[in-house]
Design a protein around this ligand. Structure first.
Ligand SMILES: Cc1ncc(COP(=O)(O)O)c(C=O)c1O
Ligand SMILES: N[C@@H](CCCC[NH3+])C(=O)O
Length: 430
């Protein structure tokens, strides 16, 4: 269905996710419910291993901001990938799951002293330095602990990633990284090289998220190669790693074309070989940091249909038992989704409806104008491609408890995050 490896139909005519009946999942675990297909994550990690790590000697770290809990750390650990964390909380989760610290890359545009101390203390593999304030803070910490740490420097390449304004990161007017155009990046490199305890391994950039064009990555490689050449010529130091970040786009609706990872990784690696050769530089180790590409299409959200309201000649609203609290992406980015009625998967589409969340906001619309079979209260609706930035950006708005997360894999299912309770909601109230 729509090319999702995870979806099927069973002998009762019900939608299955990795071989598990979606209506049964709703019955056992309640709704709204996040469902994650482990088999799809593993398939995608294998694809990354073959197309980037084994083929080109590259490295890949999963951007945990897309979806993280202890079980996800264990899955990624078993797949041999590293982990990109962006806060003390993500680092703490990885530590709690015994994720190998040397495979962690620590990001952030305003890491606190506590977070930096934690990262140095735990011995993360790389800290990606974002700004001059951080160079000072990190120098202070490594000196006081007399510990050496490997770092990458995040540059802002001034490349526009052609995606939603809020999820662009590599354009000139961005809060992330050291701008190249005014020489800040060059001075950052100089300053890190002057420190005996900061070991400069690489340069990092991230162009934005949900990108569908490989040409921006190719441009970024050229920018990095030329900057590395300048560093070699002027500072007599050859940088050995480049990190192209994440951003690889996935399928949400027919507006997006689904891409194998080698669409991006071949373009990146071939241009690395070409550009670094052209400039007489050593071929660097290339890192990528996919988040959405690994988890997005492996995730689904199951809702139960409640109130249905038809406004004559205007619109038919289908109310579901979740909404912007478990998926803020439609109101935030105008994100579009597809959905299926799990219990009517063999029936023909009959009506165009709008799926509305239950939060007290008119903007809490999950899907506008979708064709579905005749919808009735009690139907089970499954929204597709909700693995990335849904659970991780969920809130308790309107004091809605966050849904549970269930892992499915070829006919098996198990809980990996419990549903929040009302008691959880008042736990920290005094
Ligand atoms: C530094 C960095 N790396 C990786 C990612 C992952 O992005 P995506 O989920 O689009 O692959 C992000 C988020 O956009 C990021 O900021
Ligand atoms: N949260 C965004 C992506 C931001 C990526 C983090 N740098 C989304 O849902 O699309």
């Amino acid at each position: 269905m729509f090319g999702y490896n995870s979806l099927g139909i069973n002998e009762n005519g019900v939608l299955t996710i990795s071989g598990v009946d979606a209506v049964l999942l709703a019955k056992i675990y309640g709704t709204p419910l996040y469902v994650i297909d482990e088999a799809e994550i593993i398939r995608r990690c294998n694809e990354i291993r073959e197309s980037h790590i084994e083929k080109y000697g590259g490295r890949a770290v999963y951007a945990s901001k897309a979806f993280l809990n202890k079980e996800m750390c264990r899955i990624i650990e078993r797949q041999g990938l590293g982990l990109d964390v962006v806060s003390g909380g993500e680092l703490y989760t990885a530590r709690a799951a015994n994720f190998p610290m040397e495979r962690i890359i620590f990001h952030g545009n305003n890491k606190s002293l506590n977070e930096l101390e934690m990262a140095v203390e735990l011995g993360v593999g790389r800290i990606v330095i974002d700004n001059f304030y951080e160079i000072d803070n990190l120098n202070y910490i490594v000196k006081s602990k007399n510990k050496k740490i490997d770092v990458q420097i995040r540059i802002n390449p001034g490349i526009d990633g052609h995606t939603h304004e809020f999820i662009k990161t590599g354009h000139v007017d961005s809060k992330f990284g050291f701008p190249l155009f005014d020489d800040s990046a060059f001075f950052a490199v100089k300053s890190v090289l002057e420190s005996s305890l900061l070991n400069l391994k690489g340069l990092h950039l991230h162009l934005g998220s949900q990108l569908h064009q490989k040409d921006v990555y190719v441009r970024a490689v050229t920018v990095l190669a030329e900057f590395i050449k300048r560093i070699k010529d002027e500072l007599n130091y050859e940088i050995e790693e480049i990190n192209l970040g994440g951003g690889f786009g996935i399928f949400y609706t027919e507006d997006d074309s689904r891409k194998f990872i080698n669409y991006f990784t071949d373009a990146i690696n071939i241009s690395v070989i070409k550009e670094f050769n052209r400039l007489g530089l050593k071929r660097p180790i290339v890192y990528i940091e996919p988040g959405r590409w690994i988890i997005g299409e492996a995730g689904f959200t199951i809702y139960t249909v409640g109130a249905i309201k038809e406004i004559k000649d205007v619109r038919k609203y289908i109310g579901v038992d979740g909404g912007m609290a478990d998926n803020p992406r439609p109101p935030l980015y105008g994100a579009k989704y597809l959905a299926l009625l799990a219990n009517k998967i063999t029936e023909v589409e009959e009506e165009v409806v709008t799926i509305a969340g239950k939060c007290c906001e008119s903007g809490d619309i999950l899907i506008r104008d979708i064709s579905l079979p005749k919808v009735e209260s009690g139907d089970i609706l499954v929204v597709l491609s909700t693995g990335a930035y849904n659970y991780s950006m969920a809130s308790n708005y309107n004091r809605l408890p966050r849904p549970a997360v269930v892992l499915v894999n070829n006919g098996n299912h198990r809980l990996i995050v419990k549903r929040e309770t009302y008691e959880d909601l008042i736990r920290n109230d005094i």
